[in-house]
Write a new protein. Structure first.
Length: 202
């Protein structure tokens, strides 16, 4: 019985589509119902896989939640790096990143809702702390903040404060957009990005 189970897991892990379906189901359920409303059995059912199969890909619910966060973060980073020119001014790069982040979340509202829940839960505490303190790798925002402060273009404030001044308004605006209180078009997105820059600039 155990050998059959192991062989079944090996076959399932070899099918990347199943992993994708599990992640897709997880982000949909968690975005809609929160972490507590999305047990592994429910995620497996929504993904169309057997309850045991999900553990072939993710050894625990915590692993699934953290890996999903990392996958979404990778997609966001790839989106932001498209057209990002390191030779541009600090202001130009900041505006590119802020407008890009809003556009990504408008196109992927479930990702936004997942990330918001993740960062405001115990799961996200360590990730958020490392990011805000500049300890995570390839943190395009924190690198820009550090360059801006060293060049005296951005206010000399702790990185966590600069992050709050940038992401706090964006998260609030995105939340209102998803609730239908405001419609974010290109013109408004550009104005919001410019206003965020004004809060940071020296």
């Amino acid at each position: 019985m155990i050998i059959h189970s192991i062989l079944g897991c090996i076959k399932d892990v070899a099918k990347p589509d199943k992993r994708k379906e599990i992640l897709r189901a997880a982000v949909e359920l968690i975005a809609e119902q929160g972490f507590h409303g999305a047990p592994m059995a429910m995620i497996a059912e929504k993904a169309g896989v057997a309850a045991g199969t999900i553990y072939c890909h993710f050894r625990s619910r915590d692993v699934l939640i953290n890996e999903l966060y990392l996958e979404i973060e990778e997609r966001i980073t790839a989106f932001l790096q498209d057209g990002y020119v390191v030779e541009n001014t600090i202001r130009e790069r900041f505006l590119h990143l802020v407008t890009g982040l809003l556009r990504y979340f408008i196109a992927h509202p479930l990702d936004f809702r997942y990330m918001e829940q993740f960062h405001n839960s115990p799961y996200g505490a360590a990730f958020r702390r490392d990011k805000c303190l500049g300890k995570s790798d390839n943190n395009i925002y924190m690198e820009l903040f550090e360059q801006g402060v060293s060049q005296r273009v951005i206010q000399d404030l702790p990185l966590i404060v600069l992050a709050a001044l940038t992401f706090g308004p964006l998260i609030s605006i995105m939340r209102d957009h998803t609730l239908g209180f405001v419609t974010l078009d290109d013109r408004l997105i550009e104005k919001i990005a410019a206003s965020c820059w004004e809060a940071l600039r020296q």
